[in-house]
Design a protein around this ligand. Sequence first.
Ligand code: FE
Length: 147
Amino acid sequence: MYQYTEVKGSSEGVRRYILSLDNHVSVIEALMAFCTEHNIGCGKVSGLGATNCATFRFLDPSTLKYVDKTFEEQMEITNLTGNISRKDGKPYLHVHVTASRRDYTSIGGHLLDARINGACELFVEDYYLTSVGRRPDEQTGINLYQF
Ligand code: FE
């Protein structure tokens, strides 16, 4: 699903990894597997890559309804940024993506999932904090951080 290496010289309290996801895997599945394998309860993820199927989610703040949309076309993941926390004893990923199309215009949003078609290269930082959880917030409809 992925290959990885740990960055040597990681500073105290932070462990850093470089990941290369296998072609055709789901980004979220691979990241969840990596976070579970390394027991990451609080961290950061960033990266880039290419996808041919990505599903974004938009939260309408006036209705608190989610609108999901899937784009089945080849796109560059020009930016993937997100955080790792924990909810119900499992890793909880909050990831946003900007992706560029063949005509160089970009789309993006909250990432539900993306299938890699090409490569996906990620940096993951583990902050060694086990106390960062999530709680559902009625007003925003978002699972907010719980410190
Ligand atoms: Fe989001």
